[in-house]
Design a protein around this ligand. Structure first.
Ligand SMILES: [Zn+2]
Ligand SMILES: [Zn+2]
Length: 135
């Protein structure tokens, strides 16, 4: 499964366009696909970026705190070797892993950033019992 962006303005407003997960670069809305083997010009594969959550018991030792990956809380390393294509950030504006962003904590962190479209971050979420934006 990969993440793609369709740049057809009928599918989604640019610059974000329409982002979807699929096995092949074929837009489920407009059915647009690239010539075989081509990167673009219609559908672009995106790098998956997971969301890191600062937490005192996180299994990953970050520069400033311990961390865990929102969608894989037991993962104890970022990339495990030089060849592994694995990316993460603590900035929810940059993270695009849908599993990370739809966890309770992912939605809570995203809610602290008004520029993240609410519908995107909180759709289908369960209500939170605490205010993640309070310091
Ligand atoms: Zn499309
Ligand atoms: Zn993730």
């Amino acid at each position: 499964m990969s993440v793609f962006r369709c740049t057809n303005p009928l599918c989604g407003r640019m610059p974000k366009g329409f982002v979807f997960e699929a096995d092949k670069p074929v837009c489920p809305k407009c059915n647009q696909q690239n010539p075989a083997g081509a990167f673009g010009p219609f559908v672009f594969e995106l790098t998956v970026v997971h969301l890191l959550v600062p937490h005192p018991q996180g299994p990953i030792l970050g520069h400033h705190s311990r961390l865990y990956v929102a969608c894989q809380p037991k993962r104890d390393a970022l990339a495990r070797n030089n060849k592994e294509d694995w990316h993460a950030t603590a900035d929810p504006r940059v993270a695009n892993c849908s599993m990370c962003l739809t966890t309770d904590i992912g939605r809570a962190i995203a809610a602290c950033y008004p520029e993240i479209a609410a519908a995107e971050a909180v759709e289908g979420g369960t209500p939170l019992l605490f205010d993640p934006c309070s310091k």
